[in-house]
Every structure is written in structure tokens, then in C-alpha cells.
Design a protein around this ligand. Structure first.
Ligand code: NAP
Ligand code: MG
Length: 508
């Protein structure tokens, strides 16, 4: 067992507005109506800073998923429904308005996200909420630009015949979307924005740990004027509601973000009706620092933020830090000092820089890895402890003296734990970086621009950051190679993944 170091945790009351949202049980959104689960059951949502329940939420299961899918199907299949007769311009303005309303309610959303997930409110206000609004604004722009092609065809077996051939991109249909707890509101936006821009109808299942901002977003989407039944939100458990959604025969596509393990279950569940599948899964991303870089201070700060941002609960966290030998000790010292300087506390405290992990389950998981590292003979330079007896806090942790076959080097920890190792050969470090089941992201820190591009080309990862890390934008596609997923979120690519191509060929 890892030790527990003391931590004073001030108790902070949420604002009246947020208290009002969480004081009565939150319901499911199906066909434009907020309603209880068919079973009448609810489940508790916890404040990860205290471990205390803060809200009750309707517990959707297979029956609620059936109802939500039926509502979405009915809208999608009715050509005279308002959603389907809306012009692209009108639909774009509706999605734009969701972005505007997110900004209008930014402070409330940031507070709710902080309370539910544990992240500092200031971080939610600076990153999660504006990125959410920007995602809707960006996707609103796509609606009027989802175009097909006209295609000159030859048809060798029909000499002399004339044809007019073209493609159109149509929505896939009813889309099931299953999201995780690390960026609850932003993940809802990444999923809903492009699906709606392309004209789909949606059933969204938020994570059981963090359903609150998705439910508040549901109200915002209604306030924007979304027709009933286009967006349905069913909180509940993965094993029941999530599994039912992934397996449902009337769902045309399932889009999932979460663990690679569950991603594989989604693929199997989807096989029944061969629904389309996109997956954004885990990672164990290499972050490579070369000794030629001229701003070591900024590089050290970047490497610390690559792993400690969002408490390391990022699928793309820079969790394998590789440092060229000559500067290894300096970098480890610097990243460890940065770790020790991070102010831990509840997300709602103004001076908090890192909040708790999201759940007791994640606390067990992360401290389990800290334990495994210590038992396998690695050196914990700093951290390696739980913090306080209350809530799910752990110390930001730096581990050295690892071997490449250790579980802490190979597996996704999903906490503020970085393994650091030296290297002295370019080919060696490219091979070691790629020696992973994952391929989500990678970082390169160098002042040699040619080297940066050469190494970027060799890394098997969906995103490569050079002299920066954790830069996200609605226009920049994000997703994984290898077992980090199928398909991409955001950018032009995601629109393709929420549309089918229809080829139309007219004999003239
Ligand atoms: P998870 O189980 O993969 O959860 C992600 C989503 O999938 C949640 O909405 C979950 O519902 C749902 N789900 C779970 N089992 C399902 C099933 N059989 N069918 C359909 N949906 C299902 O992830 P977790 O258990 O919360 O976290 C475990 C690990 O996953 C983390 O430690 C981390 O390594 C990884 N993870 C990765 C990401 C990412 O962004 N790639 C995000 C979160 C976690 P419930 O929450 O209701 O169970
Ligand atoms: Mg789970």
C-alpha cells in the first residue's frame, strides 16, 4: 500500500445556482421530455474532493435506451420533421446558438464541471468550457459546406452512353455516443457537434461518474431551439445503458471514447447489425526531450504540464518521458520541482492547481500503479502517495529507474504519474517510443527543426506536438493509431465519419 501524506482540504459550498441544479434528482432527456428512468431507479454522483454524494441522477438502462433510440429513429425517418426540413443555414445557426449559450452560461458550467469531476474551476473555465463553445461554433460552419462531387465516369461497357454522376454526403442516421469522465462537457461537445452538423439524431450516454454537465448541456440545447427527439441523453452505467446502446439494432453508428478494453467490447457489441464504429481510446504517449533544445526551462514546464494537466487523466498524457542523457538529471529535477509546487485542493478553491482524481476506483487504480512501480524496484523521485484521508487526492509523481517491460511503463495509468528514462541514440528512442500497443500522441522538444519533422514522421501516433503539448483545436483532427482507436474527432475528418456517401448516377 502506498503511504498517505497529509492534506488540508477546505470545504467549499457551491453557488446557489449550482445547488439548485443538483438538489433535485436529474432526469433523462428523451424526445424532448425530462423524465425518470423506466425502472424509477437513480444513482448517486459524488464530489471527488470529499467522497460525499452531491446529486441523484436517473439511472437509464436498456429500456430507456430503447425509448431514446425509438425517439431518435422516429425523427430521423420522418422526412417532414423539422430537423430534416431545416436548411443547412438554419441548422448551422442552431448549432452556433448552442455555442453562444455555452458561453453565456460559462461560469455555471465551469463550476458544475469542477464539482462533478474534481478539476479546478479555473481550468474548466479556461479550457473545457471555451473549447466546448468553440467546437459548436466550428461545427456550425461545416453544415453549409458538407458537399459531394460531380464525377466524370467512363463506363467501358456502355459505349456512347452519357451519364451525370455525383455524390452526396448524407447523415449516417441514429448515432449512439458513449463518453468518459475526464472532460465530461467537452467530450459531449466533441460527439454532439459533428453528429448534429451532419444531420444525425443522437442518443448520448455520459459517464456514471460525471453526468451533470451533459444534462445541463441538454437544457441548453433545448433552449437553443433543437427539435424534440434529435438529442436524447441517457445517463446510466456502461454495463447496462452503454452496452444496450452499442448493441442496439436500430442504431446506425456508435461513437465511443474511453478505455481500450471497453472499446473492444463496443466493437463486438456493434457486430450484430454491423453499425459503424469510431473509437477514441487510451494512450501511453512518449514525450521526447533532445539536449539541443535552447529553452530548457520552458521545456521542463511543458513536460510537467504534459503529464500533470487534468491530473494526468488525459488519454494523450505525456506519461513516458524520454530525455537525452546529458540533460536527464536536470529535467527530472525540474519536473519533480514542478510536481512538488503544484497546489492540491478541491476544484472549487480559487488557488487549487490540481484537484482529486475522479473516483475511488481511479484512486485505487492509480495508487495500485504507484505500488507496482515501487515493488518492481523503480525509484520514486517525488510523490507516490495518496494525499489526505478524504476525497481522492494523490501527489504528482515522477518515477525513474524503470525497465521498458514494467507495467508502469507499458500501461495507461490515467493519473499524475510520469516515468522518466534517459536515452542517447535517435534510432533507439524512436523504436522505444513506438514500442507500445497505443499510438495516440507524442511530444518532441528540440531546437533542430529538421530533426523535429524527421522524428515526427517516424512516430506512430495520431498527434505529434513539437515544442508544445496538449494543444487542441476544433479544426485539428485528434485520434489514435494502433489500439488508441478508429477514426478521428474534430476537424474535417470527423464530418466524414458522421456521413455516408451516396453515389447517384443518372442516364442522360
Ligand atoms: P470506461 O469503462 O472505458 O468508460 C468510458 C465510457 O464507457 C463510460 O461512459 C462507461 O460507462 C462506458 N462503458 C463501460 N462499460 C461499457 C460497456 N460494456 N458497454 C458500453 N459502454 C460501456 O472507462 P473507466 O472505467 O471510466 O476508466 C477506466 C480507464 O479507462 C481509465 O483508467 C483510463 O485508462 C481509461 N480512460 C480513457 C479515456 C480516454 O479519454 N481515452 C477516458 C476515460 C478513461 P460508465 O462510466 O457508466 O461505466
Ligand atoms: Mg467504467
Amino acid at each position: 500500500m502506498v503511504a498517505t501524506a497529509p492534506l488540508e482540504i477546505p470545504s467549499i459550498e457551491p453557488s446557489a445556482r449550482v445547488r439548485e441544479f443538483i438538489q433535485s434528482p436529474r432526469q433523462l432527456l428523451i424526445n424532448g421530455q425530462w423524465q425518470d428512468a423506466a425502472s424509477g431507479k437513480t444513482f448517486a454522483v459524488y464530489n471527488p474532493a470529499t467522497g460525499e454524494p452531491i446529486a441523484q441522477v436517473a439511472e437509464g438502462d436498456a429500456e430507456d435506451i430503447n425509448r431514446a433510440v425509438a425517439a431518435a429513429r422516429k425523427v430521423f425517418d420522418d422526412p417532414s420533421h423539422a430537423w430534416n426540413t431545416m436548411t443547412p443555414s438554419e441548422r448551422g445557426r442552431l448549432i452556433w446558438k448552442i455555442g453562444d449559450l455555452v458561453l453565456e452560461h460559462a461560469d455555471e458550467l465551469a463550476e458544475l464541471e469542477s464539482l462533478d469531476n474534481g478539476k479546478p474551476k479555473g481550468v474548466a473555465a479556461a479550457a473545457d468550457v471555451p473549447l466546448t463553445a468553440d467546437l459548436f461554433h466550428y461545427m456550425a460552419g461545416w453544415v453549409t459546406k458538407i458537399e459531394g462531387n460531380t464525377i466524370p465516369i467512363s463506363v467501358p461497357y456502355a459505349p456512347g452512353a452519357k451519364f451525370h454522376a455525383y455524390t452526396v454526403r448524407e447523415p449516417v442516421g441514429v448515432v449512439g455516443q458513449i463518453i468518459p469522465w475526464n472532460f465530461p462537457l467537452l467530450m459531449a461537445a466533441w460527439k454532439l457537434g459533428p453528429a448534429l452538423a451532419a444531420g444525425n439524431c443522437v442518443v448520448l450516454k455520459p459517464a456514471e461518474q460525471t453526468p451533470l454537465t451533459a444534462l445541463r448541456l441538454g437544457e441548453i440545447i433545448q433552449e437553443a431551439g433543437m427539435p424534440d427527439g434529435v438529442v436524447n441523453i441517457v445517463p446510466g452505467f456502461g454495463e447496462t445503458a452503454g452496452a444496450a446502446l452499442a448493441a442496439h439494432d436500430d442504431v446506425d453508428k456508435v461513437a465511443f471514447t474511453g478505455s481500450t478494453e471497453v472499446g473492444k467490447m463496443i466493437v463486438q457489441a456493434a457486430a450484430g447489425n454491423l453499425k459503424k464504429v469510431t473509437l477514441e481510446l487510451g494512450g501511453k504517449s512518449p514525450n521526447i526531450i533532445f539536449k539541443d533544445n535552447t529553452d530548457l526551462e520552458a521545456t521542463i514546464a511543458g513536460a510537467a504540464s504534459a503529464i500533470f494537466f487534468n491530473h494526468g487523466q488525459c488519454c494523450c498524457a505525456g506519461s513516458r518521458l524520454y530525455v537525452e542523457k546529458d540533460i536527464f538529471d536536470d529535467v527530472v529535477k525540474g519536473v519533480s520541482a514542478a510536481a512538488e509546487a503544484i497546489k492540491l485542493g478541491p476544484g472549487l478553491a480559487a488557488d487549487t492547481e490540481m484537484g482529486p482524481l475522479v473516483s475511488d476506483e481511479q484512486l485505487d487504480r492509480v495508487t495500485g500503479y504507484m505500488n507496482a512501480g515501487q515493488e518492481s524496484g523503480a525509484t520514486c523521485v517525488t510523490g507516490g502517495t495518496r494525499r489526505g484521508e478524504q476525497g481522492y487526492f494523490v501527489s504528482p509523481t515522477v518515477i525513474t529507474d524503470t525497465r521498458d517491460d514494467m507495467s508502469i511503463v507499458r500501461e495507461e495509468i490515467f493519473g499524475p504519474v510520469v516515468v522518466a528514462d534517459p536515452f542517447d541514440d535517435l534510432e533507439e528512442i524512436i523504436d522505444r517510443s513506438n514500442d507500445s500497443a497505443y499510438g495516440l500522441a507524442a511530444g518532441i522538444w528540440t531546437s533542430d527543426i529538421a530533426k523535429a519533422h524527421r522524428v515526427a514522421a517516424r512516430l506512430r501516433a495520431g498527434t505529434v506536438w513539437v515544442n508544445t503539448y496538449n494543444i487542441f483545436d476544433a479544426a485539428l483532427p485528434f485520434g489514435g493509431y494502433k489500439q488508441s482507436g478508429w477514426g478521428r474527432e474534430m476537424g474535417r475528418e470527423v464530418i466524414d465519419l458522421y456521413t455516408e456517401t451516396k453515389a447517384v448516377c443518372v442516364g442522360l
